[in-house]
Design a protein around this ligand. Structure first.
Ligand SMILES: Cc1ncc(COP(=O)(O)O)c(C=O)c1O
Ligand SMILES: [Zn+2]
Length: 395
């Protein structure tokens, strides 16, 4: 079982090929995001699938790297990412919660940054920079520390305390910005040439999406190599949705999966819902959301870079985009904590609230098999959760 070499990078929009021998950012023709392409013929078929998880190292731990047949063949920077629990709900027999809070730094951001930092080290990059809604910054700080690379991180001033603390503890250079992730992104873009930073922003390099695709492989493997009926994904930049759709394309090409592709459900916060608005209005792309404010800080992305890809995936899968209010989200967070023993992140609670809603409207039936992503651990949000509990008179 060999890890494949990258054949080329392909633009998601104009399909031009780019060379993976040197670091690439976005498509040089149309600025679209780039996808990693391999010759997958050596990995095709059920015999190859049976090899997954069978290496000697797997006895200790392999995490998301168990899918080494479909990941780049380079030495990894690993901290324990991936192969997260798939927990069956105690109340809904057809609901599985993909517990991404089990990742290093407590969120699914670890997957994308593990691979992006792995590749950055492979290319010999010395300084990385990124804007972040919070959790990506924490994950970048950890992987950069492990790889011996400098990290320059820009976050809104009001991100959860845990995100700031982890950046400092891991030795990253953190700048808090009076503004949103879009303002942080502008600062990185303006300064990167002079500072010699490589921009590792969401979808502005090919490997964060490639790391996040492992969520698609895992959910299919954990359901016995079968698709569920629907996947609920709290959507900010949409990298996970795009990564999972790429995984499904590959799984079908490899002959590793049975059934029909799931409906992809994108969940946003009513205080910042550009994908929902564009979806409902039949638009192909998003317009920037003004005055974005959310309880779920990871969903505060006024205009995702991969908006065209996200909207296409939702529509082609027969899925939907919907927004929940902070009150609905917090009610679901408390519901899952007190009835299931799981402290969801606000983003994960947006997804569980969305499930209840789509069951009530009849869009989904109780017999439909559903995977809900809890993209992060609620423990990273104790300050934010405490504020809401105070509002309700508990603290
Ligand atoms: C916990 C959490 N969930 C969801 C998201 C949104 O992720 P994506 O950019 O893949 O849509 C974020 C992004 O910061 C996050 O931190
Ligand atoms: Zn292009």
């Amino acid at each position: 079982m060999a890890m494949p070499t990258i054949a080329f990078l392909e633009c998601a929009r104009c399909h031009q090929h780019h060379d993976a021998a040197t670091p690439q950012t976005v498509c040089t023709f149309c600025a679209g995001p780039l996808y990693v392409r391999y010759d997958l013929s050596a990995a095709a078929g059920l015999k190859q699938r049976e090899l997954i998880g069978k290496r000697a190292e797997d006895a200790r731990w392999s995490g998301m790297w168990r899918y080494q047949q479909v990941l780049p063949a380079v030495e990894t920077v690993a901290l324990g990412e991936g192969w997260t629990p798939m927990l069956r709900s105690r109340r809904h027999p057809n609901v599985w919660l993909k517990e991404e809070g089990a990742n290093p730094t407590g969120t699914f951001k670890a997957r994308g940054l593990a691979l992006a930092v792995t590749m950055a080290r492979h290319y010999g990059i010395k300084k990385l920079a990124a804007p972040s809604a919070g959790n990506a910054g924490g994950a970048l700080a950890a992987y950069a520390a492990a790889a011996g690379i400098e990290a320059h991180i820009f976050m809104p001033r009001d991100v959860p305390l845990a995100n700031q603390v982890e950046c400092h503890a891991y030795g990253a250079h953190l700048t808090l910005v009076d503004g949103l992730i879009s303002d942080c992104g502008r600062i990185v873009a303006e300064r990167k040439a002079a500072e010699g930073w490589f921009d590792i922003s969401t979808l502005k390099e090919p490997f964060r999406v490639e790391g996040k695709k492992t969520m698609g492989y895992e959910l299919v493997e954990q359901l016995g190599w079968e698709y569920p009926d629907a996947v609920f994904y709290p959507t900010g930049g949409g990298v996970g949705l795009i990564g999972m759709a790429k995984a499904f394309d590959e799984l079908e090409q490899l002959g590793w999966v049975k059934g029909r592709r799931p409906k992809m459900i994108a969940i946003q916060d009513a205080g910042c819902a550009p994908v929902v608005r564009a979806f409902e209005q039949g638009e192909a792309a998003c317009t920037a959301w003004q005055n974005a404010h959310t309880f779920a800080s990871g969903l505060r992305v006024p205009k995702p870079y991969g908006d065209i890809e996200i909207l296409k995936i939702l529509r082609e899968s027969g899925g939907v985009a919907l927004a929940l209010t902070d009150e609905q989200i917090f009610a679901s967070l408390k519901d899952w904590a007190s009835h299931e023993g799981i402290l969801l992140s606000p983003e994960g609670a947006a997804a569980t609230a969305a499930y209840d809603h789509l069951l009530a409207t009849g869009f989904l039936k109780a017999k439909d098999r559903v995977v809900i992503f809890n993209t992060g651990s609620g423990s990273k949000y104790t300050d934010v959760i405490a504020d809401r509990l105070r509002l309700e008179g508990f603290l």
